[in-house]
Ligand binder design. Sequence first.
Ligand SMILES: Cc1ncc(COP(=O)(O)O)c(C=O)c1O
Length: 410
Amino acid sequence: MEPTLRLRGIIGNLRGEGGFAFLAKARELKEKGKPVVNLSIGQPDVPTPDPVIEEAVRALSEEKFTGYTETPGIPEIRKAIAEYLNERYGAGVSWEEVVVTPGTKGAIFLALSAYLDHGDEIIVPEPSYPAYPEGAKILGGKPVYVPLEWRGPSKGFGLDLEKIEEAITPRTKFIVVNNPQNPTGALFSPKELEELVEIARKHNVMILADEIYDNFVYDDAEFKSLISMPGWREWLIYTNGFSKTFSMTGWRLGYVVVRKEVAGLLSKIAVSVWGCPVSFAQRAAVRALSDPEVWEWVRKLSKRYAEMRRILYEELSKTPGVEAHLSKGAYYLFPRVKQVEEETGLSTEEIVDYIINNYYLIVLPGGVFPDKAGKDFIRFSFATSREAVSEGGKRFRQAITDLLEKKVHR
Ligand SMILES: Cc1ncc(COP(=O)(O)O)c(C=O)c1O
């Protein structure tokens, strides 16, 4: 075999991120002049707030802050993150326990790379954001999927604590907890999180938390951060980032919080992989965390999404054959379309294809989120405009009505 093709076996088994194919489809239809409504996107529809952009520009043009920085981030950003977590969650974090990374994806991969030996397992409640299982696979680890429990349209999804406990083996390193959750929009209750922590402690495994959507919680629902729990240093690897809260997806900034000894070791990995986070983006992120005007912007954004969520939910809940749950967090609705599948004989992918090709509405079949439990669901993002959610919801209702009435079969 040609030397350049002698890749590791696992590389051929990666699933990547299925959602990206649908973005390409949206682009293709737009180029053909079709009136596309895109509800597949997992990022806010607005740019980063102006004060944050201004600070980056200032750091570049005035300060010429263009060189390498410390590997775990400049002290100012580490201190700003610790202060924020302490104020908000009473976490008692010291700034030396914070490691700043290129995106939350970077934070997740860094944590996995520090802990996973070949064959080690991570428990992934599913359907899941792909970065945890895929990251584990890249490193020679093994994702062990445990389906979230579908409790029907009024309650939505929750953690299946019994099945999670059953899945723990001597090789288990982490239980992944993404809360609020992508793709389901689930918000786990304080009680189920406390019970999960009990289970983790009992079996001496860690929790890898990703709370990137913690500023998008609706209807005054109670969000319990794992880092607010006492004794977190003994069982928690905490990740979060700037992408969603401050609409900074392209800036690539996230962070890990772990006990200090481990933070130092994470920096030893990071120095050989990316060296440091982007210098001027760090300056801007300090501004994001410390400027009340920016936080006001975040509150307004979250409030607007709460409204978009209602508008979209109204349409979905009126759609025949569809079980829609009004999710409490992130910016996704994840309705179940099993009845439509049963009545038409179509799979979720085929239903989504019909919607895309006939109504130019881009949504994601739940199956793109590993592993299998999302199969009968469709993910809608409402991080967009009133026109888009309202028109998108209407098109969806019409498309499903077509499928059911005309009995469009494969
Ligand atoms: C649950 C979750 N974690 C992490 C990320 C990635 O965040 P970042 O842009 O900070 O790498 C996303 C992005 O969609 C996400 O949904």
